[in-house]
Ligand binder design. Sequence first.
Ligand code: GLV
Length: 326
Amino acid sequence: MSQAKVFITRQLPEPAHSRLKEAVQTEIWPHQLPPERTTLLEKVAGKEGLLCLLTDPIDGEVMDAAGPQLEVISNCAVGVDNIDVQEATARGIPVGNTPGILTETTADFTFALLMAAARRVPEGDQHVRAGKWQTWGLTLLLGQDIAEATLGLVGFGRIGKAVARRAAGFNMRVLYYDPEHEPHPDDPPAQKVTLKELLSQSDFVSLHTPLNQDTYHLMGAEEFAQMKPEAILVNTARGPVVDSQALYLALKERQIGGAALDVTDPEPLPAVHPLLTLDNLIVTPHIASASRATRGKMAQMAVDNLLAGLNGTPLPNCVNPQVYRT
Ligand code: GLV
């Protein structure tokens, strides 16, 4: 394996970086921005391993450019919508991801966004910095209560449940919509409902689904029309789960109260995007899992997956385990 050649699409934090350098022949993309498509196709050629980020689209063309010796693709993210997993599976290439370790960090950030939007934290900060703070105001920057409010979780997997546990501390009523989840005694307190029921009853709607063909534009004009006029949408899942144009109109027309997005479509969101003209929107640059500890663990897990694949052993976290059954 020490002769194995791998392409790493970005610098990894320590100790993941040194572990890789010691174990295999690494070629590491040294820049902050992802490699351009043509560069990526060039760099993967002849490599046995590929460690990539969610910003790198990995499809059949990349796998072809790598060549038939490609043994493993390791994504340093839990979501794998940037990878054509079906193509990888058809070629018998295991694909690794980083589930579990970022659950609590992402749930923390979901709550941070929810609270920041409900209580208008960024607007308050801007108010002070702009020199507008003249006195304590009885009606200054009024927001919404979080305690006792209804939280609707679209997706009740690891992260959705972690958000529900936090909501219990705020005495929130929690609803969830997730066709794939059957209620279980170990679940945090929450009631399974239809999407329609969730949208019409929730004060906060928070998205926790993977991006796939069933969830693409799950939140569009029709869904915003069903939400309460004060309700706030929080998205820490994937940008394209929301139809950005429909969201822009819903926010502009005050059909819903506000939105807090850590993920957008397109991503990154250009500074001139119409969404950024709205004052009832908060946007952060896809940082929900960005604590020092969690990003370090994600890099380590991505290295574990890569090295296992190069060793010919099952990846500790594999999204297409069917490659081992053929
Ligand atoms: C982050 O968005 C991830 O999928 O890990």
